[in-house]
Write a protein that binds this ligand. Sequence first.
Ligand code: TXA
Ligand code: MG
Length: 338
Amino acid sequence: MLSLEQQIVKATRLLQQNEVVAMPTETVYGLAARIDSEEAVKKIFSVKQRPFFDPLIVHVASLDQAQSCASEWNDLTQSLAQKFWPGPLTLVLPKSEKISDLITSGLTSVGLRWPQHPVALQLINSVGIPLAAPSANKFGKTSPTKAQHVREEFGDSVFVVEGDSSQIGIESTVLSVKKQEGIYQLAILRKGAVLKSQIDSFLKSTGFAYKWLEIIDKKESPGHMKHHYMPSIPFVICRNPHMKLSELSAELNKKLIELPDEVEGVKIVKPKSEIKKIEFLKLSTDPVQAARELYSQLRAASLRKPDALCFIQTPQLNGEMWDSIFDRLYKAASLILD
Ligand code: TXA
Ligand code: MG
């Protein structure tokens, strides 16, 4: 077993040779490539089997590095960066010429994040160049929060820098920041552990004039949602806490096989035979803890291979942090039952 220093040396060498490596971050493990190597960035997409239309987040280890990746850095961006970085917030800003179209999927904006995890920072500093890093899982699958998860996902083909379990457990909040006609316009593109209310109350205290835009993405509404984070066994959300086990079992056997095989390029997980053994996903009622354990619970249940995994959604599980968790749960689910 290599020491942390030896792992950093090895990972740095691999990155210099245009390879990808996995690294721990406080949100989830990332699959990293240096941003100045087209060859390495392409490998992220091929290793993950990720379509090119999904842009990558660029990870930096200083404000200078972040600023060099953006073509506009206004006062509000500076305030947000000072308040929330290093941490689980990605800022989507106009990109600089340093950032290739491959990284941004042709968009003129780039997602930037200064992570908090000391190992991620050590690696970025050792390479001296920002690292593009999506979550280290195959496209559409459950994100990894432990080094072991990454090894289960990619085997020996990807070198993993070891770290502890990701403390936050769900991906960063993605916030778009624009300035149009003198007004700052903000939009949450992905919910995470940095909450809209926290951003709002901080910005109110600074006196900036800004407005929130609702990005209306119909893919995110149940029924039309884009699937993501899917475990390898059928996962079902049941919104009726009074449903009897026999009824649940009958519903699953009827409805799961009727699902389409694929939605927007993501394979829908369906049962292979009759559903007999149903396991129930149990999450902490504390949303911070629930987020931390969510993906490892989904992965652990997949390894035990029940015929289906079910989460009972109760009305008590509400609030902004639960919204961030449900964003993942709904996309991970093959089916939602009322
Ligand atoms: O916590 C995280 O953000 C983790 C860790 C590794 O840092 N990374 C992560 O990356 O979740 P990924 O690739 O799984 O998610 C990136 C998402 C994209 O799917 C997209 O929704 C958004 O971030 N994104 C990135 N760049 C964007 C851009 N220029 N405009 C809009 N959305 C963007
Ligand atoms: Mg991901």
